[in-house]
Design a binder for this molecule. Sequence first.
Ligand code: GLN
Length: 281
Amino acid sequence: MPVTTLRQAVLWAQSRLNENARFDAAQLACHAYGLNMTQLRLRGELPVDTQQLDSLVARRAAGEPLQYLLGQWEFYGLPFAVGPGVLIPRPETELLVDFALRCLEGQERPCVWDLCAGSGCVGLSVARRRPDARVFLLELSDKATPYLQKNAANCPNARVVQGDVFDKPAAAEPIQLILSNPPYVPSGEIDGLSAEVRHEPREALDGGPDGLRFYQALRENWFPLLAAGGAMAMECGEGQSQRLARQYFQGFAAQTLRDHNGIERVVVVTRHQAPPNRLPQ
Ligand code: GLN
């Protein structure tokens, strides 16, 4: 079996990778040898077998996302199980959680739904920080749902529901907050995405011809379930927010939130207290 020192193994891994080579090599080595970053730095002379690292590096060099190889990724300070079949949590999506926590301040035992929940990173981040909230996470995909269930396993105030946002929902009580990061990439743009993103499930990315297919279902099926004063916050792609706010949610109380890159990334629609909001015909 090929044996070398840990330091040599990491350097070799680095030389085989391109972008973020140092970071990726270190992360993969930590994963292969069961070490944290500090241990990796301190134990350079440790003799190691390179076989497992070798196969991880080959897969990474061929474009598999680092997050899938690690099997876990951090979002809002919490670890989430991820792998082929589920969308990888993105840093810009933390904006939805920031908004949710602000929005729920002062509300007791709120009912929250996370639609197209994927790994559950949005809804579960809210559930962990608001143990009094009742958080429902809706996901359709058979491949994504096991990750969601695993991530929700030790979260007593979260419930996983398998279902489709395009079906009439079975929510039994008024909802204070609806959160969603639906698929929003226009179908024609998917093939042009990076090799990493193309390893992610198409059904988590493909938002139909204009990328906006899911927002219609959110408006028609879910918005009417909001309690008076409730809000629906939806992530969207670059350049989609104005069309969503002006066209899809015309006549609703809509606002947009910018991410760290200054991109309008979240559209928030609020249900008026009175008179009740009407869906445009
Ligand atoms: N932000 C993702 C990307 O473009 C898309 C996620 C989504 O469709 N919800 O890589």
